[in-house]
Write a protein that binds this ligand. Structure first.
Ligand code: SF4
Ligand code: SF4
Length: 305
């Protein structure tokens, strides 16, 4: 069984307890406006162009069999629909300004990569986190990896958008110690505007998971002016507390992924967006905590910088 991975981030400390390896699987059904990993969205392998490495020698444009690399200025790929990932430009660029995003791994290869750091996981209470994209876009591969890691004594976490086949989510629960579950907006119409999909299946999946798993952390990415209204925070806090979710985590928006859009020939539409201040994050967390009251759901904030 093979999966497509775009990054295995070692020594990660933000995706669950302890020191972890975070495995980013390619493919996502959502198109969140603020996505900081646009390279995760498409399932297929892609070529990224790094302008800061390009010395404008023009060689890639000459050798591209499809002649789809712009000549004379940016040397970016102008018609990606015609790129067949032949990798000639990647191999021929001597400054690494063209790079392949995504790599196919067998389950055994990926497991061997993960298990290399088991000493760090064991000494820090860490483990592995499967992220994306949406890891359930490759559900069978994900479940196979969770099984292997679990039987190898590695703590397992998943980061999901919740937009997934409910049966696969429930199957994965058995091999998952911790689940991070995103809730981006409680209003369905707003959710569609911001992510491209309805929140109905997502909220239904959260309700189904919460009946069977005791360690779910709901995450709200806080995007100023888009989902940080008092009403949305109140509704999310209310909903998660009713479901006995273990924690609600507010993630501070950041724009660190902006440059990746240009590398992939896409447009980032939130260039003017300000990063929310720590005071704002704390105020929102305070509102959520007030609503949750003495119910057991904890509230945290996660600052990005
Ligand atoms: S071969 Fe590499 S360095 Fe030369 S123009 Fe193409 S991307 Fe730039
Ligand atoms: S991968 Fe091949 S087809 Fe695609 S841009 Fe590079 S050389 Fe051209």
């Amino acid at each position: 069984m093979e999966g497509i991975v775009f990054n295995v981030q070692k020594m990660s400390i933000h995706d669950g307890p302890g020191i972890r390896s975070t495995v980013f699987l390619k493919g996502c059904p959502l198109r969140c406006l603020w996505c900081s990993n646009p390279e995760s969205q498409r399932m297929e392998l892609e070529i990224a162009s790094f302008a800061n490495r390009c010395m404008k020698c023009g060689y890639c444009a000459e050798v591209c069999p499809k002649q789809i690399i712009e000549k004379g200025n940016t040397y970016s790929i102008v018609d990606r629909s015609r790129c067949d990932q032949c990798l000639i430009c990647v191999k021929e660029c001597c400054t690494n300004a063209k790079q392949l995003i995504g790599q196919s791994y067998s389950a055994e290869e990926l497991y061997q990569e993960i298990v290399k750091d088991k000493t760090f996981y064991d000494s820090s209470g860490g483990g592995v986190t499967f992220s994306g994209g949406e890891p359930f876009m490759q559900a069978d591969f994900l479940i196979e990896m969770l099984k292997r890691c679990k039987s190898g004594g590695i703590h397992t976490a998943i980061e999901t958008t919740g937009m997934a086949d409910t049966r696969k989510l429930l199957e994965a629960l058995e091999y998952s110690d911790l689940i991070f579950f995103d809730v981006k907006h409680m209003d369905d119409r707003e959710h569609k505007k911001l992510t491209g999909v309805s929140n109905q299946a997502i909220l239904d999946n959260l309700a189904a998971l919460s009946k069977r798993h005791s360690n779910i952390i709901v995450r709200i990415p806080v995007i100023p002016g888009l989902n940080d209204s008092a009403e949305n925070i109140r509704k999310t806090a209310d909903y998660t507390a009713e479901l006995s979710i273990s924690a609600l985590e507010l993630l501070q928006y950041h724009n660190l992924g902006e440059s990746k859009y240009a590398q992939l020939g896409r447009e980032y539409t939130l260039s003017e967006m300000e990063v929310p201040t720590q005071e704002h994050m704390e105020a929102l967390a305070g509102q959520a905590a007030d609503i949750i009251g003495d119910r057991p759901t904890q509230v945290h904030i996660m600052l990005s910088l």
